[in-house]
Design a protein around this ligand. Structure first.
Ligand code: GAP
Length: 460
């Protein structure tokens, strides 16, 4: 039985060290979560798989890691200062605030009053000061998308790599949005991570590339273990498009809260690069040009057909790491009834996503030779640097298996007295619970095969 409510996951995540509420000992900070010992492994596995598929396995991609803090003019010219807003209403009765498009039946979610203000725009960017002197120009924003770090570095990347169209720049990093109503666990938070690609193409080729990326991205999510039945696309209607988008297709996942966006794939045209390379006439209208505070860069690249400089169009697959982690957990969560009537909770994560790849378990915790053999096996596997392996001696062997089923560990390696005689161990499979006996020196190859990444060649 898969997860039917977010509460089941929230409880498992807290109990077993995947995800904790942020700043919990001080009463928390709404819209923030911390990834615990197992959560950070799962998240890293997801990010590594994305980087591998989109950077290492392609010939047309470069990576980047830009600053979170950027010159505030970036956000003026990207359009975010003026338009990155959500409509907000106040409840006059209890003074709470809500996102107008999420208010149900015109009533306050907290007190039920219908006495709400008219919606007004609320800018979601977090503003902060840079440096010790607070003057009118020393402010900056925590970036609300990683994308602008890519656009402002477009020329640096082209000049340093000699790239020609089509090609992309990939980046994973934190983004911040002062969401009016963060909710649904890590689905809508104020600090999150994005995995974004800006894929630059010749104007005219953009629609073809848009279609290819939508298909490619859906396929990629299935390679991580998300069922195709739980993924679908949503063509964003013209009236709901972001200010920079000509067309956007959202990849939706069937979370326990319903179908919701896990990734957006937008055709941003030449909006951003064009805006950051404003022509001199426009700049001279602005007093700040004298202080050289504007981009005067021409963010162009030769047209592959005419060789004339053009501002390329861009297709942007933009995925949320946190929403990806949540989808992997939702998909993997299972409760099954065993023949003896007990309920077994098991996270059926793809082994490549599992936080721990194998647990080495002693049949007897107080037999020194068995414990020593366990630790030697754990050390040899861990030393390869390829997998997280733990020594597990809490509780009896049955409890150790259940504990690891619940966090998605695909293999438990059990050391018993026979191990001491003939150097063999048993390996228990998480999903089938079947056990096989193997020589110790074959364990590494066996695990390696079981946890191997699925390579997803994206044709470019
Ligand atoms: N650069 C384009 C962009 O940022 P977006 O649709 O606003 O587009 C892309 O965001 C992805 O970032 C979303 O599909 C979602 O996975 C993730 N995301 C956006 N806001 C989020 C939030 N408040 N909490 C968690 N993830 C979020």
């Amino acid at each position: 039985m898969p997860a039917t409510s977010m509460d089941q996951l929230v409880s498992l995540c807290k109990r077993r060290g995947f995800i904790f509420p942020g700043s919990e000992i001080y009463g928390g900070l709404q819209g923030t979560y911390d990834f615990g010992p197992l959560g950070v492994e799962l998240k890293n596995n997801l990010k590594k798989a994305w980087w591998r598929a989109n950077v290492y396995e392609r010939d047309d991609m470069e990576g980047l890691d830009a600053s979170i803090l950027m010159n505030h003019w970036t956000w003026k010219y990207s359009g975010h200062e003026d338009t990155f807003v959500d409509p907000m209403v106040d409840c006059r009765a209890c003074k709470s605030r809500w996102r107008a498009d999420q208010v149900k039946n015109g009533r306050c979610e907290k007190c039920g009053s219908a006495d709400l203000t008219e919606p007004r725009p609320f800018n979601m960017m977090f503003r902060t000061m840079v440096g010790p002197v607070a003057d009118e120009d020393s402010y900056a924003y925590l970036r609300p998308e990683t994308a602008q770090g890519i656009f402002v570095n477009f020329k640096n990347v082209v000049d340093s790599t000699g790239r020609r169209l089509p090609f992309g720049i990939a980046q994973i990093g934190k983004s911040f949005r002062n969401e009016i109503t963060p909710r649904n666990f890590i689905f809508r938070v104020r600090e999150f991570e994005q995995m974004e690609i800006e894929y630059f193409v010749r104007p005219g080729d953009d629609e073809m590339w848009h279609r290819r990326w939508v298909e490619d991205r859906i396929n990629w999510w299935t390679t991580l273990g998300l069922s195709r039945d739980n993924l679908r696309i949503y063509e964003v209607p013209a009236g709901e498009l972001a200010h920079y988008s000509k067309a956007t297709v959202d990849v939706m996942y069937k979370y326990p809260i319903g179908w919701e966006e896990i990734e957006g794939i937008a055709n941003r045209t030449d909006f951003d690069l064009g805006s950051h390379s404003k022509n001199q006439d426009t700049l001279e209208l602005h007093a700040h040009v004298m202080k050289n505070e504007h981009s005067t860069a021409k963010l162009t690249i030769p047209d592959p057909e005419t060789n004339k400089p053009i501002v390329p169009y861009v297709i942007e697959p933009s995925a949320g790491v946190d929403r990806g982690v949540l989808a992997l957990l939702c998909e993997a969560y299972d409760e099954e009834t065993l023949p003896n009537g007990e309920t077994r909770t098991v996270l059926r994560l793809k082994p490549s996503m599992s936080p721990i790849k194998a647990a080495v378990v002693p049949l007897k915790r107080n037999a020194p030779e068995i414990v020593d053999a366990c630790k030697a096996i754990k050390r040899d596997l861990q030393c390869t640097g390829e997998m997280r392996v733990v020594y597990e001696d809490t509780g009896n062997i049955g409890k150790a298996y259940r504990r690891h089923d619940e966090v998605g560990t695909p293999y438990c390696i059990t050391v018993d007295f026979e191990t001491l005689e003939n150097k063999t161990v048993t390996i228990r499979d998480r999903d089938t619970m079947a056990q096989i006996r193997l020589p110790i020196d074959e364990v590494y190859d066996y695990l390696k095969k079981g946890i191997a990444e699925t390579f997803t060649r994206c044709e470019s």
